[in-house]
Write a protein that binds this ligand. Structure first.
Ligand code: AMP
Ligand code: TRP
Length: 332
């Protein structure tokens, strides 16, 4: 059976981008067709300046949301990364496999390190090594597939390179994984700035739909989405990114095709209205279920404890094997 691993960082409230780019597929497809693990990758939230109380709160909320979205602990493993030591254990061996040059080439590192410096903050070393920890997350489980949004392609490529290099040097140890992406909405754009990704921590929340937004807030944000000059509704991600983004959202929410849907609309207003209603309908049940689960934190904790125990059991032998392969003396 295929092994799937993916994760979400508790750096902000989960967005519609997280849902359409990743979580919805985990729920609807991945957990049914494979042995899948989904993790709240909390260590990754420490790579930029952070508020401990906020990371704690967001980790709990992200785990609750994954379950609310429909991950079923009877079908898949849901856990918190820092509960399983094997991730950091393996990360060190992969730091001894990766090169300084290849990490400095990572787009997210380049962008985020510039942003931190501009804000007068120092750049944490972990921001540079973060893709190695991500590789460890993936490789520790013998993962075949990594379902992620488009923005993670480069990190999964690095993971593949590290797996191949490690295997060549020390003998076959890791499965070489591949990234999978949704057919539509693999990159949901910010509603106010449709040339950048809808991200949890964008300064201006007006362009971000959060999974826990009330219907009114979703409607307001989508109705105020920046569209392009021009009148006619056409699907062109380069020339008309704002309209294309709305068409992607509508298509993802209704199961249609963005190009075909474009032909059905005579005005931007009508497109926005239908998109808003479709997204509200999509998110409503997740928000309701979240409220139920949040009222019973003991249940979420129980799921996470069992998830971590299973994850540990899977990762431990593989990471032990990697330790032996590089020449470290077995502990016993
Ligand atoms: P992150 O919020 O960076 O931890 O991302 C968790 C998952 O959501 C990853 O698979 C991302 O690729 C995906 N994701 C995040 N933002 C977007 C977006 N705007 N569009 C599509 N997928 C996204
Ligand atoms: N880097 C991913 C992101 O920013 C989150 C992540 C960490 C991840 N480890 C992972 C995703 C392992 C997939 C597999 O979205």
């Amino acid at each position: 059976m295929k092994r799937i691993f993916s994760g979400v960082k508790p750096t902000g409230h989960l967005t519609l981008g997280n849902y359409l780019g990743a979580v919805r597929r985990w729920v609807e497809i991945d957990q049914h067709r494979s042995d899948a693990l989904f993790s709240v990758v909390d260590l990754h939230a420490l790579t930029v300046e952070h508020d401990p109380a906020r990371v704690l709160r967001l980790s709990r909320q992200a785990a609750t949301l994954l379950l609310a979205a429909g991950l079923d602990p009877e079908r898949c493993t849901v856990f918190v990364q820092s509960h399983v030591d094997e991730h950091t254990r393996l990360s060190y061996l992969l730091e001894c496999t990766a090169t300084d040059g290849e990490l400095r080439r990572m787009i997210q590192y380049k962008e985020k390190s510039v942003r931190a410096r501009e804000a007068g903050q120092s750049v944490r070393l972990s921001l540079l090594t973060y893709p190695v920890l991500m590789a460890a997350d993936i490789l520790a489980y013998g993962t075949d597939e990594v379902p992620v949004g488009d923005d993670q392609t480069q990190h999964v490529e690095l993971t593949r390179d590290l797996a191949v290099r490690f295997n060549q040097r020390y003998g076959h140890t890791f499965t070489v994984p591949r990234a999978t992406h949704p057919e539509v909405a693999a990159r949901v754009m910010d509603l106010q700035d449709p040339r950048s990704k809808m991200g949890k921590s964008h300064e201006n929340g007006a362009g971000i739909v959060y999974l826990l937004d009330e219907a009114d807030a979703v409607r307001r944000k989508i109705m105020r989405a920046v569209t392009d000059s021009g009148q006619e509704v056409a699907y062109d991600r380069e020339a008309r990114p704002g309209v294309a983004n709305l068409l992607d959202l509508l298509a993802a929410a209704t199961g249609g095709d963005p190009k075909t849907l474009a032909g059905a609309y005579a005005s931007y207003g009508a497109l926005k209205k239908d998109t808003a209603e479709a997204v509200i309908e999509l998110l409503g049940p997740v928000r309701e279920r979240h409220a139920e689960l949040a009222a019973d934190p003991g249940e979420v904790e129980r799921v996470l404890r069992a998830g971590a125990a299973r994850a540990r059991e899977l990762a431990r032998p593989l990471v032990d094997r990697a330790y032996r392969a590089v020449g470290l003396l077995p502990a016993g």
